[in-house]
Design a binder for this molecule. Structure first.
Ligand code: ZN
Length: 489
């Protein structure tokens, strides 16, 4: 056995335990009886202790010093292991345990504060969370930038200066497009009553049409849609709002995109460090291209329109073209998760700038609400009417997720690049999508990207798949072309 073999045997077992932990989390949000919460917390904490001990085991450090890569796969596995080990051993045990204890309490305080529209009651928790995560970022960064260090947990090998420059180029084009679209005539929304059974049947058909493998996955209901697992057990959830069927259908397609990445990783990488999506941004590129560039395209919504009429009878929108307009309708609004393809990115940029200032000590919790409201006014043109529509709307900061938000917009940028190359390779794509056939598109993504897992760093993963260095150009061109045509601008 070489040092590398020892490391991989250790890593495989750690990953298996981590998958068990993930499945307990899935169970908690789908199947678990309500009265089981306390016991489940203890079960998960016990597993977390075992995982933490394995991930910071000094024997790993010694093996990592000696291990040598003999090929690309081994080099990539070592890259992942070395980064994780360095990160985990830089965080003092006292800090890790303080964060673990604070997180559920801060989240509970946020939930109450949001319901009551009461920022003041959440501030002490937020202050504490910001202080701990600043400290953690500084520990991981070891002299570097604390925000970049935290962002690397979700998007490794990408620095926030590059992200900020990308966002700065996107913002004026997005703001201009948003204003033009909102100044034009708005198409009618889809209205009506869409029973749960019917929505779930159409969801299941959509998952099948997007290549989701039900022999290695399943769909259940949860409050917030998510996907979890890797390899041969990748599960997704969706939710149903009776009067808003697009919520359920597009959440399903989105999660199928995440699941496709995990299901698509080559079987030879199962339970190894590279046997999973390489970053949250690349992950989001898969969910977004499934949901938006493919799922909300004129061609595919033509097929979906037929499937909806078949399930629900005549719809409030007359034909496939008005159905397409209803799917892509742009309206004013405060909420990130309800935003359309244009405004979604503006919501992310606002959060990115604020959280970067928070982690760098340039902004404090006490001034956050005012900073949010000022920035929202300048990007969206109308004032925030209440905190639950503003600074209290997202769970992320309450659970210490600083550095996560930019990965959503990076996913959109990457999806734009991938879609441009996909279309160049498949000029006849629309004819297939119009039949509900996504196999050329999803097959292309599997072949070019998904099967490699984390073999390459995030930006290299996208560059390898699309054949050029990723930037925001293709996304912005796609958005302008799509919405200018749709709104006859
Ligand atoms: Zn997602």
């Amino acid at each position: 056995m070489t040092a590398y073999d020892d490391l991989m045997a250790h890593a495989r077992q750690t990953e298996a335990l981590s998958q068990i932990s993930g499945r307990l989390g899935w169970d908690q949000q789908t199947m678990m009886p309500r009265g089981s919460n306390a016991q489940r917390s203890e079960e998960m904490a016990a597993l977390e202790d075992v995982l933490h001990a394995r991930r910071t085991d000094p024997r790993l450090g010694e093996l990592l010093d000696r291990a040598e890569a003999t090929d690309d796969v081994a080099a990539a596995n070592l890259r992942e292991l070395r980064r994780d080990y360095a990160r985990n051993t830089r965080v003092p045990a006292r800090l890790a345990s303080e964060l673990a204890r604070l997180t559920p309490l801060a989240q509970a305080a946020w939930e109450e504060a949001r319901l009551a529209d009461d920022v003041a009651s959440f501030l002490p928790w937020l202050e504490k969370m910001i202080a701990l995560r600043r400290e953690e970022g500084q520990a991981i960064a070891a002299g570097g930038d604390p925000y970049d260090a935290l962002m690397a947990d979700y998007e490794p090998e990408t620095d926030s200066e590059t992200v900020a420059a990308t966002f700065d180029r996107m913002r004026p084009r997005l703001v201009a497009l948003r204003e033009a679209v909102l100044g034009a005539d708005s198409p009618p929304a889809l209205t009506g009553h869409f029973p749960q059974d019917g929505q779930l049947r159409v969801s299941r058909r959509l998952a099948e049409h997007f290549g989701y493998d039900f022999t290695r996955g399943r769909i259940d209901l949860a409050v917030h849609p998510f996907s979890s697992g890797s390899g041969t057990d990748v599960r997704i959830t969706t939710r149903v709002a009776i009067e808003e069927p697009f919520n359920c259908l597009y959440s399903t397609i989105h999660e199928v995109g995440h699941a496709a990445y995990e299901q698509g990783v080559g079987a030879e990488h199962l339970l190894t460090p590279i046997g999973r999506g390489v970053s949250m941004g690349v992950h989001e590129s898969q969910s977004r291209i499934y949901e938006n560039q493919i799922g909300r395209s004129r061609a595919f919504t033509g097929w979906l329109h037929g499937a909806m009429v078949q399930e629900f009878g005549a719809l409030s929108v007359a034909d496939a073209e008005s159905f397409y307009a209803a799917v892509n309708r742009v309206t004013t609004g405060y909420i990130r998760t309800e935003a359309d393809e244009i405004q979604y990115n503006l919501h992310i940029m606002l959060r990115f700038d604020l959280e970067r200032d928070l982690m760098r000590g340039k902004l404090d919790a006490a001034d956050l609400e005012e900073a949010w409201n000022t920035r929202f006014m300048s990007d969206f043109g109308y004032p925030v009417d209440r905190p639950s529509h503003g600074v209290l709307q997202d769970v992320h900061w309450s659970v210490g997720l600083f550095g996560y938000f930019p990965t959503y917009a990076l996913g959109n940028v990457y999806a734009g690049c991938l879609y441009q190359s996909l279309r160049a390779d498949h000029p006849d794509l629309d004819a297939q999508l119009a039949q509900g056939d996504t196999s050329a598109a999803t097959g292309w993504l599997r072949e070019k990207l998904q099967r490699f897992g984390a073999l390459r760093a995030p930006r290299d993963t996208i560059a390898h798949a699309c054949g050029f260095t990723p930037d925001e150009g293709p996304l912005m061109d796609y958005l302008e072309a799509k919405f200018r045509a749709l709104y006859r601008l």
